[in-house]
Write a protein that binds this ligand. Structure first.
Ligand SMILES: [Zn+2]
Length: 219
């Protein structure tokens, strides 16, 4: 059976990641309950003006069918919540998480740990983007690096804005990491890559597994 990759969040990161993965012949499960808004169009490369108001997963599935004929795409217009996360993510070979909010990022990390599925986390704010590929047992996971969900309302893409070219760079990097993990190459797992689109810098820092991590630690 060919691998399926779940794409959590079909926005500025999920669109370019899904496009690259579909073009590579990977089957996709798109998970997002939101609809396309006009203000999204500059960075959500699968959508056009005619898609405004449609469910993102359905508009993305139709766009991928046009661009990559034969692409196998399952559209799940649902929000990832603790009660549904494992059911939505079960059966996939890897997860690409490009949501725009921290609760969904932590929830995806927790569900991926429960299922022992590798996951690539991506995030963007303004001109900055990060990518963290996680393979359980090789290097850090999301909670090794970021530990706990902060109490205060954190800055996110919706508040601070984000530049379209930066999300496309990060989405493509996420797809590349997912393809590497699908091939069984864990050499980048636990590397937090940081791209600064304003200064044109790219840094990658390896984080070790944290022994006190609630997801992958020693306890
Ligand atoms: Zn961990």
């Amino acid at each position: 059976m060919s691998p399926i990759v779940a794409v959590v969040g079909v926005g500025g990161l999920g669109c370019p990641a899904a496009l690259a993965l579909a073009e590579a012949g990977v089957a996709l499960r798109l998970i997002d309950e939101d609809s396309v808004e006009r203000s999204n169009l500059h960075r959500q490369v699968l959508f056009t003006d005619a898609d405004v108001g449609r469910r993102k997963v359905e508009a993305a599935r139709d766009a991928l069918a046009r661009i990559a004929p034969g692409a196998r795409v399952e559209a799940r217009a649902e929000h990832l919540v603790p009660e549904s996360a494992e059911e939505l993510l079960r059966g996939v070979s890897a997860i690409v998480e490009g949501s725009d909010n921290l609760p969904t990022k932590f929830l995806t990390a927790d569900a991926a740990a429960g299922l022992r599925v590798p996951v690539v986390h991506g995030a963007c704010v303004a001109w900055h983007g990060t990518v963290l590929p996680v393979s359980w047992g090789d290097g850090a996971c999301y909670r090794c690096v970021f530990e706990e969900l902060p109490d205060e309302e954190m800055t996110n893409c919706a508040i601070a804005g984000v530049y379209g070219p930066v999300t496309s760079v990060i989405g493509a990097l996420m797809a590349a990491d997912a393809l590497r993990l699908l091939r069984g190459d864990r050499s980048t797992a636990g590397n937090l890559a940081r791209y600064d689109g304003w200064r044109q810098t790219f840094r990658s820092t390896r984080f070790p597994r944290r022994s006190a991590c609630p997801l992958c630690g020693d306890r």
